[in-house]
Write a protein that binds this ligand. Sequence first.
Ligand code: TRP
Length: 384
Amino acid sequence: MTTTVTSLSTDDEGISTGDPQASMTTAETTGGTTAGVLAARQRSAELEELIRKDPGRFRVLTGDRPTGRLHLGHYFGTLHNRVRLQELGVETFLIIADYQVLTDRDVAERLDEYVEDLVLDYLAAGIDPERTTIFAHSAVPALNQLLLPFLSLVSVAELGRNPTVKDEIAQSRQSAVSGLMFTYPAHQAADILFCKANLVPVGQDQLPHLELTRTIARRFNDRYGNGAAPVFPEPDALLSAAPLLLGTDGAKMSKSRGNAVSLAATADETARLIRGAKTDPERHITYDPAARPEVSSLVLLAALCLGRDPRDVAADIGDKGAAALKATVTEAVNEHLAPIRDRRARYAQDLGYVRRILRDGNEIANEVAQATLDDVRAAMKTLY
Ligand code: TRP
């Protein structure tokens, strides 16, 4: 047994006095470029290189809260990247965080339908269940059990200053902050470490959680591991270059605002939504995200669908104005999504198959989680 370096109180003081994160504002953590974000970006570029050279050394875990159908923002922001990693040959676990979804709402929603929708969207986007394990964390008891030793390794103060959790509490639809909300970053560490994943593709807002996951892994290894063979890897965040797509009203894309084209929408619904999109009075179309966010977001959406440079797309439309821009976007989106929508409709006809995929994924995740829990028990000397 190695020395016990896990002293929560010492750590606390060390962090709370000099830590820039402690006083970070929302803008800095979600939109800005702090030193931590810059470092994560640089590390991500190195990781991309390593993935290309040797995809076999990585195990990815990433996932979503089931909150309803995925939209174009999810598609170009994360789904696309997951399919890319899968195609590169990286072993991937996709978690449906159905417990975590309880953290930001206190109404009972149709979770089973949301989970089904999420699996349908994954399959439609090109996630291949033969190569990627799709599972729900509530279906994996051994994963959830990791939460108990993990919680013993973090202080209440550390949980309390997580900037992403603070943001979510501010935006939450809950009347009071639940214990699950407060502790969900530690739960997320269990999501990641249960399969000893070493790579987590996430957006910038999830970096604080990744940092906590690394801290938990390190503290667990320090306290219980034997130096030569750590129980857990310290996983890296893989920041994807998520394009900034706005909703049709110019605000952040979100299902609840009704400003986003969902993957499952029909071509007509798509046309209607884009026709109503906010633009600006300037007739000449340019790509200038800082000065013309709404127009530029539409240009970017067309460019992503067409696999072209947004400046070229804007130049082609030029003086033809916003109506022509919207026609171009609608056609590009509908064409790009057509095969995805076809696949989605076909799978939706066979929900038995969709449920089987989830059951099979849950089974694999349970085996993996049990093996990790066995390692944890051995390390903690709680094998009875
Ligand atoms: N917290 C993530 C979100 O809100 C979802 C999630 C749960 C997740 N567990 C995870 C993401 C593990 C990456 C790794 O989007």
